[in-house]
Design a protein around this ligand. Structure first.
Ligand SMILES: *Cc1c(COP(=O)(O)O)cnc(C)c1O
Length: 374
């Protein structure tokens, strides 16, 4: 592809010296596990988001699993998750022997709807996982109301919206990931705050939950070789923390450049009836993890772009209720038609911090060419 979906090499080249010396410092110190950079990163991320506690872990999927373990969810318990998401959200529910209850999305934001939560609750329901898809925060005030009404824990899947803010009806801004009982994020290289391998983190405002989460990430021990609960081995490598300490300083600038590139795409693609542009919710800032358009002739458009050397991606082609892994274990109590429609229509265009006007014009001209040819 002449125009890739993402450009991590160019981003690295701009911060190369800082990154290289941060990595080499870890190598020289040979403190590969639980080095001081890990604690520094946890503190830095806590300060940036205003979270009382941040616990680093090995990846975003582990973060979700550890969150559910820390809340003491047990087989038979139901957890409400959107059907239109990355599989990891529902996967950990199944892995722990819990029952995923799949709900639909709002067609404008691609995020969970509070009314679907209310319709899907039974006495077995213990938690809901709002996924802040594509970089925009869910309708948290209504999610919180529904959760409070039915005494559900909220586990935010914030893998795609780190750096975004929910805008409360009184105007107060709250960082994504810090509103739920527990928040989870991922530092997979392609995420908005990506490291150079796998990484993840868990947020909570409760000190007692934080202590429990920390134990679970470390084999259930607080004191070495004294295992009080069953845990896992899930650590953020020191080298990854060192990379993240450098990149954390750039997160706000990365979010703003993604936002600016999204506005430029919107300008260049405005007035086209054949596509639907991303919607920006008044109750959230948008950090554009993806710039996702909708088109009825999506598959043909994707092929045409590929023929012009332009990469695009379908996130996600098959909702969880159509996946073999989830059909036998999940429950469905609401219509999932918006998830089906989204899966058939979405197309994510190249979106990253190193876009420029020339690239964006090429992408948009190709889209216009496709529809003018019919
Ligand atoms: C990336 C992602 C995850 C999983 O993160 P990993 O670090 O890859 O395990 C979970 N949920 C969503 C919505 C994601 O996009």
């Amino acid at each position: 592809m002449i125009i890739p979906i993402l450009d991590l090499k160019s981003q690295y080249s701009k911060i190369k010296e800082e990154i290289d010396s941060a990595i080499m410092e870890v190598v020289h110190e040979a403190c590969f596990i639980n080095g001081k950079q890990v604690g520094l990163f946890e503190k830095g991320l806590a300060a940036l988001t205003g979270s009382a506690n941040v616990i680093a872990c090995a990846n975003g999927t582990d973060a979700l699993q550890i969150a559910m373990m820390a809340l003491g969810l047990a087989p038979g318990d139901e957890v409400i998750v959107p059907s239109f998401t990355y599989a990891a959200t529902a996967e950990v529910v199944g892995l722990l022997g819990l029952t995923p209850v799949l709900v639909d999305i709002d067609p404008l934001t691609f995020n969970i709807r509070a009314e679907d939560i209310a319709k899907s609750v039974t006495e077995r329901t213990k938690a809901v996982v709002p996924v802040h898809l594509f970089g925009q925060v869910c309708d948290m005030e209504n999610v919180e109301k529904a959760a409070a009404r039915f005494s559900l824990h909220i586990i935010e899947d914030n893998a795609q919206a780190i750096g975004a803010y929910y805008i409360c009806s009184d105007g107060v801004r709250k960082a994504s990931g810090t509103m739920g009982t527990i928040g989870c994020t991922s530092f997979f290289p392609t995420k908005n705050l990506g490291c150079y391998g796998d990484g993840g983190a868990i947020f909570t405002q409760s000190d007692s939950l934080a202590a429990r989460i920390r134990m679970i990430t470390d084999h259930g021990q607080k004191v070495k070789y004294l295992h009080d609960i069953i845990g896992v081995n899930s650590r953020l490598d020191t080298i990854q923390a060192a990379v993240l300490n450098v990149k954390l300083k750039h997160l706000q600038e990365y979010s703003s450049s993604r936002y600016a590139f999204a506005q430029r795409y919107k300008e260049l693609l405005s007035g086209m009836d054949e596509i639907t542009l991303p919607f920006e919710s008044p109750s959230s800032t948008h950090v554009y993890h993806q710039f996702t358009i909708r088109a009825k002739r999506r598959d043909e458009l994707k092929e045409y772009l590929a023929s012009k050397g332009i990469a695009s991606m379908i996130y996600y082609p098959l909702p969880m209720h159509r996946q073999n892994a989830f059909i036998p274990i999940s429950k469905i109590r609401v219509s999932l038609q918006e998830s089906e429609k989204a899966a058939a229509e979405v197309l994510s265009l190249p979106m990253h911090t190193e876009l420029n006007d020339k690239i964006q014009q090429q992408v948009c001209n190709a889209i216009k060419d496709f529809f003018s040819k019919k």
